[in-house]
Design a protein around this ligand. Structure first.
Ligand code: ADP
Ligand code: MG
Length: 292
């Protein structure tokens, strides 16, 4: 591409809310045939709020929320903000946890009032020797509604469930449909559960879903598509998306997300509006056509 046509395209992109780092990012974009999207903060707004608290034993809901909030005080996960915020506004954020530990991709644990306490997914419960099965059906219900649901355990027993919901971005469905019509395969990759991912994926008509995925798995998924000869774009907002953004043929960061995501990506959506991906793709094609 001529420097002039690249400049024109990047200038138009910037006006439309897409920052394109260099000519290579633009050229590679024109060839992309798979788009992998992170869920939380990319397809959804990334501002979850608490929706449900269930007390499984003879505790009350406020106590369950108080324990969950005490554990989340040490976490920087968006889930933590939702749970702590709700506990504060209900006036039950009065407990503190000792020996706090964040288990990446699984949850949080600590000691509250001398009891070992944990909040997180089924994997975390299993790691702690607690069978999640007795409460699994309750959890599944929340997940089938697209919510992120977590088990709370204390002293080796399941005692509660906490669920949060993160709204899907209003413009996500339109953007995905346009990209599918342009021939792209759309894949969701998330650390969240299969059921939650499927509920969100169904609503958006996503072609393929990969759930319970670690940051390394996200990068490996990109590499697998590349090994099949496909050109892959990856869109994400989080620190845990950075390896996949760097691995992709085109990394697309949300300007609303983590700095390290933006630094790992060749393209940034200033306002996190996924429709800007459609625009960037059109610009890439128009620019490439001009040179040929
Ligand atoms: P995502 O890709 O959606 O950001 P993560 O990989 O960070 O997900 O986490 C995967 C799952 O682990 C979450 O859906 C949740 O069940 C559990 N989890 C992670 N961090 C926390 C936390 N701070 N509190 C409770 N649960 C957590
Ligand atoms: Mg995210």
């Amino acid at each position: 591409a001529t420097p002039m046509s690249i400049m024109v395209a990047t200038g138009r992109g910037a006006q439309a809310g897409v920052l394109i780092r260099d000519a290579e990012a633009l050229e590679r974009f024109a060839a992309v045939d798979v788009l992998v999207l992170d869920k939380t903060g990319t397809l959804t707004q990334g501002r979850p709020s608490l929706t449900d608290v269930v007390a499984l034993q003879d505790h009350d809901e406020d106590h369950i929320l108080a324990l969950a909030a005490a554990l989340e005080r040490g976490s920087e996960h968006p889930l933590a903000e939702a749970i702590l915020g709700a506990a504060e506004s209900r006036g039950v954020a009065h407990l503190t946890a000792a020996d706090f530990d964040a288990v990446t991709g699984k949850g949080v644990r600590g000691v509250i009032d001398g009891q070992s306490t944990a909040l997180g997914n089924a994997g975390l419960m299993t790691d702690l020797g607690i069978d999640p099965a007795p409460a699994q059906a309750r959890l599944d219900e929340f997940q089938d509604a697209g919510k992120t649901a977590m088990f709370l355990a204390s002293d080796g027993k399941l005692i509660g469930i906490v669920a949060v919901s993160d709204q899907i971005k209003e413009t996500a469905a339109v953007a995905i449909r346009a990209l599918q019509e342009a021939g792209l395969k759309i894949v969701m990759a998330t650390g969240d559960s299969q059921r939650t991912a499927e509920a969100v994926g169904r609503e958006l008509g996503i072609d393929e879903i990969r759930a319970n995925v670690s940051p390394e798995d996200k990068a490996a998924l990109i590499a697998d598509f590349q090994a099949e000869g496909r050109a892959v774009a990856m869109a994400g907002d989080g620190v845990n998306d950075a390896p996949a953004l760097a691995k992709a043929d085109v990394g697309i960061a949300m300007g609303t997300g983590a700095d390290v995501a933006v630094e790992s990506a060749g393209v940034t959506l200033v306002r996190g509006d996924l429709r800007a991906i459609v625009r960037a793709r059109r610009l890439a094609h128009a620019t490439m056509r001009n040179i040929r």
